[in-house]
Design a protein around this ligand. Structure first.
Ligand code: SF4
Length: 482
């Protein structure tokens, strides 16, 4: 299994892509789209295409560039297709959990790829098992696929619509049939999903950066609760479910989405720049330079610098070529994990009072190592500034953060955290500052990991459920290896 020891403290969810474009080299377009969405998931990648009759899928563990090559892309011929990059928020990182998944509805094949997490997955899974459904994976995606598969509706479009009425939680989906692509966003709009156009054809993608890379034009965001269908007649849209409360994940704006992507017509770099400006307004400090924890803290550090007039400097060099490691961490090698990624620039840091801007603190262990590196490099003072409020509550909508107990802010006061990190000062952006920087009504977003106000009800035993699924999967995964 690929180790996550070198991962960032918060892990992305998944990226999805779909296109209907006769006359184009579909698999190549999807490949480039997935490369642009690589930041959303690095554990596996897959492409499914249809030529109007048959669906072909190729997928494997690894980065998009590791999974695909000229030989395995060449047979993926067709004019319509979907793609996926995966980070396993539920289900382990094993081949059978990679997407798109291939399933049958009556005599018609379909492929499905999902970004998000369902909150009623266990309930549906158990019901389906009672009805005799055999699950090959423990992914939410297979649960959605099983509902489509077992629907008694006349056609697959109705089966998909019926399924959306049964699933709860977060889902941005792309589904491929032999002659259609469906793009579906849950009624809360937790995860982004956008519509683009390419020479008269249509494209669906998790983020606008995936449209840019293929020279597609941004048309609009797919609305929460909307289903888009791409086929020979072009694009049609339908609202499938009533929207009672839009709850876009605010962490997409703080950290997940690529800085060159747009959400709600706002550029993510600009939003993060404003987060830094707000931090500087709320928590000024006497310092020599502002540095970031790269890359995610950089736009906000530049914003802090612009507002405070303290010069911005590169404080770390990031090693971008580590990728995943197959070496399982031992206690003595854990220490090296941050050093492998970041190396401080001693000449810049030595003797300086630093403002260090980062996007979040989860367990605090990574931040502590970063601070230690800065002091070892000769920093005189370290003032840490975080571009969001303290993370206290786990995410059940598709983001892998930590359990409640693991969040440092859940069991330590601000002063305790400051002492633990051994910094001269520590400040988190307030909720008001966050909302101001985002520049939209607070009501449109999910802030549950900060305030515990979950927009979609969480089953009481969800943490133990998650544990039992993982445990179950470990057993089946080992069996599978044999
Ligand atoms: S709980 Fe946090 S990470 Fe999860 S969807 Fe809500 S804002 Fe995003």
């Amino acid at each position: 299994m690929v180790s996550r020891v070198l991962d960032r403290k918060i892990n992305e969810n998944c990226g999805v892509f779909g296109i209907y474009a006769p006359g184009k080299k579909i698999a190549e377009i999807i490949f480039y789209g997935l490369q642009a969405l690589q930041h959303r998931g690095q554990e596996s990648a897959g492409i499914a295409v249809s030529d109007g009759e048959n669906i072909l899928i190729f997928k494997d563990l690894g980065l998009v560039s590791q999974v695909f090559n000229e030989q395995n892309i060449a047979p993926l011929q067709g004019h319509i297709g979907i793609g996926h990059t995966r980070y396993s928020t539920t289900g382990m990182n094993i081949w059978k959990n990679s997407q798109p998944l291939y399933r049958m509805f009556k005599n018609e094949s379909f492929a499905i790829a999902h970004n998000g997490n369902l909150t009623n997955v266990k309930e549906i899974r158990n019901e389906q098992i009672k009805k005799g459904v055999n699950f090959e994976t423990t992914t939410d995606t297979e649960v959605i696929a099983s509902l489509i598969e077992s629907s008694e509706k006349e056609n697959i479009e109705d089966a998909i619509k019926e399924t959306t009425g049964k699933i709860k939680g977060s889902y941005s989906l792309v589904i491929l049939t032999k002659d259609k692509v469906f793009g579906i966003r849950d009624p809360h709009g937790f995860r982004p999903l956008v519509l683009g156009s390419l020479d008269g054809s249509y494209v669906i993608a998790s983020e606008t950066c995936a449209l840019d890379i293929i020279d597609a034009k941004f048309v609009r965001e797919i609305d929460p609760g909307e289903i888009i269908v791409l086929d020979k007649d072009g694009m049609r849209s339908q609202m499938m479910l009533p929207v009672d409360r839009i709850s876009m994940c605010v962490f997409e704006l703080i950290y997940f989405a690529r800085p060159d992507s747009y959400i709600h017509n706002k550029n993510m770099f600009e939003v993060r720049h404003r987060l830094g400006q707000e931090l500087a307004k709320q928590y000024p400090v006497d310092a020599d330079i502002v540095i970031s924890v790269p890359d995610s803290g950089t736009p906000a550090a530049i914003g802090y610098s612009a507002e405070s007039k303290i010069p911005y400097a590169e404080g770390f060099i990031k090693n971008r070529y580590i990728g995943r490691t197959f070496i399982q961490p031992k206690q003595e090698t854990r220490e090296i994990s941050v050093k492998l990624k970041l190396n401080p620039l001693k000449d810049i840091i030595q003797g300086k009072k630093l403002v260090v801007v980062d996007d979040s603190i989860v367990r605090g262990t990574t931040s502590k190592k970063i601070v230690k590196m800065l002091y070892n490099a000769g920093a005189k003072e370290v003032h840490m500034r975080i571009t969001c409020p303290p993370l206290i509550y786990p995410c059940y909508y598709g983001v892998d953060m930590a359990t409640k107990k693991e969040f440092i802010a859940n069991h330590k006061t601000l002063e305790d955290i400051r002492e633990f990190l051994k910094v001269d000062s520590l400040k988190y952006l307030t909720m008001d500052g966050l909302v101001k920087a985002v520049g939209e009504s607070k009501e449109k977003f999910c802030f549950a990991c900060f305030n515990g106000e979950y927009p979609v009800q969480i089953p009481k035993n969800i943490e133990s459920d998650k544990y039992s699924i993982d445990k179950e999967e470990k057993v089946s995964s080992n069996a599978w290896k044999k």
